[in-house]
Design a protein around this ligand. Structure first.
Ligand code: ADP
Length: 478
């Protein structure tokens, strides 16, 4: 079976968060299950700068974006046995950053149409187009309504995966005509209309043959008003075609026993070497070097989703203990300045690295003891899975994929790979951190929790099989 992933970011080429990890690792797992999977994404500046030498030119076509007629170059490369295609248009993509530009609606309208049109150029006709998040939500819609009489696309089936419902790609009503040359008849509440505008996310939901989201718990949550971002009614209506498949992580990239970014590799049988990474981290960040002090870490986008405000309420109190706190992240300026302020006031205890740094992230996963992720909502979350793999014990709120991957430690049975709390309440977080501290100082118990953590399986093995059977099911739809 042939599957085309249409994505806005993908490891190793372009990453701003977990979406890129997933679109980077799932194709390989599917390939191991016998599927022919290829990936198409924009040729951002960062990719042409870094990968120019390995890209080959396939050809070019022209793509209509409403009344505009735009150049569309296609480049390709093969990496780890996967074929990647890149859509080249300097005006839209030769810029710093991937999103957040004034014309994102037009850029991803262009990309969506290009993803459909460029198939005429290549010798690969997919059975399934698998679209990811709002950037590609218009693709199933265009296939269903604009290209339905084009013979080439008759047998294509589509899957739309919601990685984060909060980001929806909502643009003014006029974009319908201006970017897609579609008439007023598509501006209706059962199609694209969303609060007087149009929504690319909604387009994917209403028109894809199947919708998936990235954990079973999030699949249920988004059908409630609190998590549904004003689409909960629609999602309840479409629940017959909505499933939740837990993401996995790339266990080759995130492998403490073979991680080239670490000075000291380790696994459970050589777990004492984890402490060497801890000292190395303390030294690199200029913190007091002491293996007995627990290090609490966060690696995260600094947005309200991630429960930063809970941390703000209790960090002062946590820092009364003998503890070190490390933050790696970037995002809302209010949160960035809060962590800078904490670092200034607790020079011996707090480090805030504001920015994106892959290498430091690996060192923090390996060198810390506790990983905090108190999210307000979390579609899946990969950071807690990575932390588990490095034997760094997660403290999470029971929501979305956090709920499906972290099980609270039970002293009576010795089961559990982390610590969890239920309500979005700062004191529940504080209590849970203090509970973790109690066990941290009992070396035997902590070792057992670390062992449970490192034994947890978050490879793609099971989830790739679920995607495969979904593809098979969708392919037979008439
Ligand atoms: P989300 O996709 O919502 O940002 P996830 O937990 O699913 O959250 O994935 C986040 C990914 O991005 C993880 O691989 C994490 O290590 C990485 N990451 C987040 N912030 C940073 C940062 N500042 N520097 C390096 N890596 C980061």
């Amino acid at each position: 079976m042939r599957v085309l992933f249409t994505v806005s970011e993908c490891v190793p080429f372009a990453k701003s968060g977990g979406l890129a990890d997933v679109t980077g690792s799932l194709p390989n797992a599917l390939k191991e299950n016998g599927l022919d999977v290829r990936v198409v994404m924009p040729l951002y500046k960062i990719i042409s700068d870094k990968y120019d030498a390995i890209l080959s030119f396939v050809g070019h076509i022209n793509v209509n974006v409403g009344w505009r007629n735009q150049y569309c170059g296609v480049y390709t490369t093969k990496l780890n046995n996967i074929d990647y295609y890149f859509i080249d248009n300097k005006y839209y993509f030769d810029r710093e950053g991937f999103y957040g530009h004034f014309d994102d609606g037009e850029r991803f309208a262009y990309f969506s149409t290009a993803c459909i049109e460029f198939i005429r150029l290549i010798d690969f006709k997919p059975d399934i187009i698998h679209c990811h998040d709002w950037h590609t939500g218009m693709i199933p819609f265009l296939l269903k309504y604009k290209y339905r009489y084009d013979e080439l696309y008759q047998d294509f089936r589509s899957i739309f995966t919601i990685h984060n419902l909060q980001y929806q790609g909502v643009f003014s009503k006029e974009c319908l005509k201006d970017f897609f040359d579609l008439g007023e008849e598509y501006f209706s509440s059962h199609l694209l209309e969303f609060n007087g505008c149009i929504s690319y996310m909604k387009a994917g939901i209403v028109s894809a043959d199947q919708i998936t989201t990235v954990s079973p718990t999030y699949r249920n949550e988004i059908q409630y008003e609190f998590f549904g971002e004003n689409l909960d009614g629609l999602l309840r209506d479409k629940s017959y075609k909505l499933s939740g498949i837990l993401n996995g992580i790339d266990t080759k990239i995130y492998n403490p026993s073979d991680d080239k970014l670490l000075k000291y590799n380790y696994d459970m049988s050589t777990i004492e070497k984890k402490v060497l990474n801890k000292k190395d981290l303390q030294q690199e960040l200029g913190l007091p070097i002491n293996s007995h002090i627990p290090i609490i870490a966060m690696i995260t986008r600094l947005t309200c989703q991630k429960g930063i405000e809970l941390v703000q309420h209790i960090l002062h109190e946590v820092l009364q203990e003998d503890v070190q706190f490390i933050l790696l992240g970037s995002g809302d300026s209010e949160y960035e300045s809060y962590f800078r302020y904490m670092e200034m006031n607790f020079k011996n205890k707090v480090r805030a690295y504001i920015g994106f740094n892959e290498e430091l992230a690996h060192k923090i996963y390996a060198g810390s003891d506790i990983f905090v992720m108190p999210s307000l909502f979390e579609p899946c979350g990969l950071a807690q899975m990575i932390a588990l793999r490095y034997g760094t014990i997660p403290i999470v709120r029971e929501t979305g994929g956090l709920n499906d991957s972290v099980c609270s430690y039970n002293e009576l049975t010795d089961e559990g790979n982390g610590f969890t709390f239920h309500n979005y309440n700062a004191h529940e977080l504080l209590f849970t951190i203090k509970r973790a501290f109690r066990y941290y100082y009992d070396k035997d118990i902590w070792r057992r929790i670390m062992s449970n953590a490192m034994d947890s399986d978050f490879s793609w093995y099971c989830s790739a099989k679920q995607y495969k059977s979904l593809y098979e099911q969708v392919r037979t739809l008439v």
